[in-house]
Design a protein around this ligand. Sequence first.
Ligand code: F3S
Length: 394
Amino acid sequence: MYLTREQEKMLNGEYGWAIAKAIELIIRVGEALGADRLIQVKHAHVSGVSYSNIGKYGLEFIVDFYKRGGRARVYTTINPGCIDYSGFSTIIDNKYMSEQKVIDDALIGMGFKPVFTCIPYYYRPPVQGEHLAWGESSAVIYANSIYGALTNREGGPIALAASITGYTYNAGLHLLENRVGRIIVKLDPVVKNTPMGAIGLFIGDVVKKTPVLHGLENIDFSELKILLASMAASGSHALAIIPGITPENTYRVEVEEELTIEKQDLEKYMGESLDLKHKSTSSVLGYLGCPHLHPLELLQIVELIRKYGRVRRGSLLLTLPPEYLDKYSFLINELRARGVDIAAGTCPVVSVFKKKYDYVLTNSGKAAFYLRRIHGLKTIITSLREVIRYICGY
Ligand code: F3S
């Protein structure tokens, strides 16, 4: 691999241990993927920071880089940890508070922006054609598909290494030749009322090459966010081409196959039946905010809760960036007064529940996918409106 004079010095330790280790890691991965050189990144987003997920060894990895001089050389944001930073959630258990604080202090000490959210594009929307090093699969697919930015689906360590060196390897989705849509996926008109979370899980599971999605002309950004995150959860997708939305000149299309999604394809991805009448309602959790809520989604939820009054069946959990606690405090206080539980800077997938639920009702295919796997919960995917309607007792 070609290295510039500066990169050679980094590798030789002239900039210290942390930069040498970080650039070595990037070069090794890059060589395995056939990269010819390293490229500068504009924004790194570091995932894999929740103590509940990474445990003691992950904590030591991060703290080691901090103590041995690792510092951000580019704008860097951080994914959610396992702590509700509001301290008011009755659903998320802050049992790993002290361990998470050690991780957070190290990340902040390295100069990373403590946003603790999986929607880094809310803080810094990427520019078309710029190179990023993002972890967090839902954010990666959003950056590539909606903004036309160029990022691979990095693990936490590579995103951290890219932050403290300022570079990543020139391979994968950084190259136009690899951004090729090969499978046309069409939505049968009857499918359009099916929750996007279930459609995303189906596409992620069944379509193995980059899809070109047709039939999404009128989809709103919130549904798009859910669709892409769900695809990236059940599959390894990091890019979906959506004609009319994905910026031109950031992809090519070479069609190999066409697939039409029909209603019966989606049944198994919807989860349990929505008929919860005979179940104990206290064990039902409604969950919205995977990926974290955008302010527009928060407003939409406030309007619906006002319409239906308050939470009357089970619990309703929202997850969002900690910054909203101050910025939208008037909305958050109103929601809490209406019985909604709000957790900031975390989510149930990367944290621990305080009590046991039997069913989770959510609009997110990604949340359903991981809550089934990690917490063994039964999940039901439906629309945001239906989650609220059910939890409010209608
Ligand atoms: Fe974000 Fe947690 Fe979902 S990190 S994408 S809310 S699983």
